[in-house]
Every structure is written in C-alpha cells, then in structure tokens.
Write a new protein. Structure first.
Length: 94
C-alpha cells in the first residue's frame, strides 16, 4: 500500500474476504500514521468481517465503527464480478 495522509476505500465490502483483506491494509496504513476512511453500504457481508479482523489485529483499537449516513447512489446493471455466480453480496436483486 503506498503511503498517504488519508487512505480512502469505498464500496468494496461485498464479501467477508474483502473485509478481512481491507482490515489488514487498514492496519498497515494506521501503523504508518495515515487516517483511514471507508465508505460502505449498510448490510454488506464484509462489514462485520472487517471490524472483527481489525479488532483481532489490534484488540485495543478504539473508535473503529461504521456510521450510517444518508447519501446518493447510482443504479444500473451490476457487473458479474460484483454479483456473479457464487457471490454472497447483498444486491437487492440488481
């Protein structure tokens, strides 16, 4: 992960395995002094996995949570990479 003052990740927690991977990268960034901001829709399967892995990696971490905010979204056909066969993604039928 390249260094940065602020690291942003958005809309990638469709699967628990991506939540685990993002938690590992988040710890790398935090250990280098970066601030981390993650945007993710409520109900994504990767959210709990992210927080669990983050707490496993750093049990004394404080303030790690998702805050639900109202926002806007785009709609349209989803690519099979996101909601393909075998995906556990929450997609509301799209």
């Amino acid at each position: 992960l390249p260094p940065g003052d602020i690291i942003c990740a958005a809309d990638i927690l469709y699967e628990p395995k991506t939540g685990i991977a993002l938690a590992q990268r988040t710890m790398e960034a935090l250990e280098r002094g970066s601030r981390v901001v993650i945007g993710c829709s409520p109900g994504r399967p990767g959210r709990p996995a992210f927080l669990e892995e983050l707490k496993r990696l750093k049990p004394d971490i404080n303030g790690a949570k998702f805050v639900d905010m109202e926002g806007m979204t785009c709609t349209g056909k989803r690519h099979s990479l996101i909601c393909g066969e075998g995906s556990t993604s929450v997609s509301n039928g799209h």
